[in-house]
Design a protein around this ligand. Structure first.
Ligand code: OOB
Length: 551
């Protein structure tokens, strides 16, 4: 196991292997099996490009050799910052085969997040597109390269400028030893518990199990055509069942840059898409757009919705409008994945977030003293299981806060359980704003704002919102008198620091002092109540939307 990662205890390892959950195959090896089986079938569609399974497999081999020639090897961390493209899939499988470890950044991330990720992971390489949606990623790379000593290589899909072009890397494949399936395969970024987002190591065998469970539960087959509208670098679209689930089944993956119906609906018609995964705000947008669309959406069999709370009424409207199966997903990059099943009743799929997928997912709901709550009551959700992490990467000092002594991950989510074992997410205790599926760590935004010389104190909380579920609200205490246009200046300041757009507060309010709890911490309960009152008085205009194209 890689240094800085926590292994499952031996008794769990043997149990998960004995029960057949963990297989002796790496993710790169699995692609080889899939390619052998599905050979000339279409694996990926990206615009006008179409790659068969054989082509994808060959590209992964050729790129793996190219990355090796660049000096990368097993255990090296590589921050992958690519949008939803066929190259993204080829790059991550090439790195899996080499045993190098992709660190998945989201397309919306900017200099601030990337610099943090590269430094945290001590990355040796950074893979980017030349430009994407008006941002020149090579400029981000220039800055990060100057700041992070471990970083040696920047690889660019497209026009490389002074860096290495991805296309130049394709070379004669070479024999590479298959990584141990129990080793870390890649890192996901946590949505945040407390403090700054942390890195989540996922091993080949735990993730392969996650993919297998979710693809089987969703009924993926060779006839599946999966439309990827959420970032493929996010756990949900990558492997729940997502891109990997479709590839495992021999299906076809269609990659789209956003979930905007103007882009997604024509693709559904053209490629006869059978399934896609959405976040709740996008589900609302699709439900409205489907009422008047001229595109034929009748190929859709299954729509997944997850990442944030999906209101029952919205779920029912969606079912009526699309007439296909709805599947709610409650998951986390840390592991646990609950999903409803296609055979579940309408009540279950509109009112619950489904059942944990593995028989060995051990879920506890506890009160503030750590005791199990009574059946049907709401409690803090703890989880331990064959695809849930045992520790964040290089985070020893916080370990006891995030995990119980017997290895349960403290999710920070509040949930209840029905007699049938279906989970209902009721809220959370972690200091995160869930902006339509995009997670904003309050600590992170507060840290940025406190760096401004005019800001003496700040509290960032969620305010309710009809479209996104939540929006970000910042309460600011200024040093001295608040200047004209101060909030505009703070927004500009966050942009200058290279903070991703979705983390910029939607609402601002100045306070003389922050309300305090008995122990002197900012009283976020009071701040949230205040933000909710303000939101009720003045609903925000639809400006920057949630993940996947409502912007
Ligand atoms: C997914 O993963 P992350 O890592 O971006 O966020 C995890 C957190 C959860 O701890 C929970 O607070 C929230 O997002 N969440 C939901 C939810 N699904 C996730 N809250 C309410 N209802 C839901 N259905 O968001 C993710 C990963 C895999 C599959 C689906 C979502």
């Amino acid at each position: 196991m890689l240094a800085g990662c926590v292994e499952w205890p031996e008794e769990f390892v043997s149990r998960y292997i004995a029960k057949g959950y963990w297989e002796a195959r790496s993710l790169g090896g699995l692609l080889r099996d899939w390619a052998r089986e599905h050979d000339g079938r279409t694996a990926l569609v990206d615009g006008e490009q179409r790659w068969t399974y054989r082509e994808l497999d060959e590209r992964a081999d050729r790129l793996a050799a190219g990355f090796r020639n660049l000096g990368l090897g097993p255990g090296d961390r590589v921050v992958v910052h690519l949008p939803n493209t066929a190259e993204f899939v080829a790059v991550v499988f090439a790195l899996f085969r080499l045993g190098a470890l992709p660190v998945f950044a989201l397309p919306a991330h900017r200099h601030s997040e990337i610099s943090y990720l590269c430094a945290y992971a001590q990355a040796t390489a950074y893979v980017i597109p030349d430009e994407h949606q008006g941002t020149d990623f090579r400029k981000i790379a220039e800055r990060v390269l100057a700041e992070v000593p471990s970083l040696r290589e920047v690889v660019v899909a497209g026009e490389p400028g002074r860096f290495t072009g991805l296309d130049e890397l394709y070379t004669e494949p070479c024999r590479l030893p298959e990584p141990d399936p129990g080793d870390v395969a890649f890192f996901l970024l946590s949505g945040g518990t407390t403090g700054l987002p942390k890195l989540i190591p996922r091993t080949h065998r735990d993730y392969a199990y996650n993919v297998r469970l979710s693809a089987d539960n969703a009924g993926f087959t060779q006839d599946t055509t999966y439309l990827t509208v959420l970032p493929a670098a996010h756990n949900y679209a990558f492997g729940c069942p997502g891109v990997l689930g479709a590839l495992r089944a021999g299906g076809k993956v269609v990659l789209a840059d956003s979930g905007n119906p103007d882009l997604a609906f024509p693709l559904i018609e053209r490629e006869k898409v059978t399934v896609s995964a959405l976040v709740p705000p996008l589900a609302l947008v699709w439900t409205d757009a489907a009422a008047t669309t001229r595109y034929d959406l009748s190929s859709l069999e299954l729509l997944q919705v997850g990442g944030a709370r999906f209101e029952e009424a919205a779920a029912r409207r969606m079912l009526d409008r699309f007439g296909c199966v709805l599947q709610q997903s409650f998951g986390m990059a840390e592991g646990l994945l609950a999903q409803t099943a296609p055979s579940d009743s309408e009540d279950i799929v509109t009112r619950t977030q489904g059942r944990p997928l593995s028989p060995d997912d051990e879920v506890r709901l506890v009160d503030s003293a750590g005791r199990d709550v009574a059946e049907g009551e709401t409690g803090l959700l703890l989880v331990r299981g064959p695809y849930t992490l045992r520790g964040y990467y290089r985070a020893d000092e916080h370990h006891a806060r995030d995990f119980t002594q017997d290895g349960f991950f403290i999710t920070g989510d509040l949930a209840s359980r029905t007699p049938t074992g279906h989970l209902i997410v009721r809220g959370r205790v972690k200091d995160v704003i869930n902006r339509g599926g995009e997670k904003v760590s309050a600590d992170e935004v507060e840290g940025h704002l406190l760096a401004h010389p005019d800001v003496r104190d700040v509290g960032v909380v969620a305010a309710p919102d009809a479209l996104l579920g939540e929006r970000t609200c910042a309460f600011v205490v200024f040093r001295g008198r608040q200047r004209e246009g101060a909030f505009g200046e703070l927004t500009g300041f966050l942009h200058e620091r290279g903070v991703a757009d979705y983390k910029i507060p939607d609402r601002w309010e100045a306070l003389e002092e922050l309300p305090r709890t008995g122990v002197g911490k900012a009283d976020k309960v009071q701040l949230r109540a205040r933000a909710a009152r303000a939101a009720a008085r003045r609903p925000t205009r639809l400006s920057r939307g949630g993940r996947g194209g409502t912007r």
